[in-house]
Ligand binder design. Sequence first.
Ligand code: LER
Ligand code: MN
Length: 284
Amino acid sequence: MKSAVTVSIVEQARKGPFVFHDDVAQGCRSAAELGFDAVELFAPSAESISALPLKQLLDQNSLRLAAVGTGAGMVIHGLHLCDADADRRTRAREFIRDIISAGAAFQAPAIIGSMQGKWDAVTSKETALEFLREGLNDLGDFAASLNVPLFYEPLNRYETNLATTMKEGVELLKSLQTTNVRLLADLFHMNIEESCIADGIRDGGSYIGHVHFVDSNRQAAGRGHMDFQPVAEALQEIGYDGYASAEAFPIPDSTEAARQTIETYRRVFGESASAWWNHPQQGM
Ligand code: LER
Ligand code: MN
């Protein structure tokens, strides 16, 4: 298990659930000071990632890049993979493809969350799922060619109507030709959609490649009413060894949200748990 914290440089997402905003250098410094292993970056475009002195900032702070978000394609351009318009679907894919490349330069997988889109009055559920599968197959194989997985994130019902639970996510992944797509388990979405969050983690099992570590109210872990102990146990049970990445509002401020996250992370995935994760054979 490794810890990560989100940094957004998307102006239009200034009110979004990201711990650090606007300044990647400051975000990296704070993340390193608090002892995070990595940062997760939400950027307006692939070009804006390439324009950053990211390698230098990561190296200076001994951080890794955990993942890169693609949601700016939706937030800024209104693009998504299920658009009824074929040209806009192509543009959505190109936007994601470029971010996959930018992330892969740092061995960081890209995340498809809001870019998955929704079905609606124009595009039926079956057609939307077909579009989504086409997109995931294409982008999953492209990511494989760059030696990174691609993360697909089930979202709550207010943000998508395609896959909202881990079980539906697994079904979707099983229906793909590509085997390079992994699930992102976001605890905030799971708190809304799963009957039991720990069972949802078990449903996702070995398909889970990334975790958004956040509380029930989208605030930093420890500031809501989520019981993290069963979640940690379920993650241990499935042998999860990816990132727990804080995708939370900067409440009361960025530094305090990050500090509370890492404190909760250490409490629930404490010493013995990390030893288990580092040496799973001893715990089995
Ligand atoms: C993206 O990771 C996500 O969880 C969205 O709900 C953020 O708005
Ligand atoms: Mn998320």
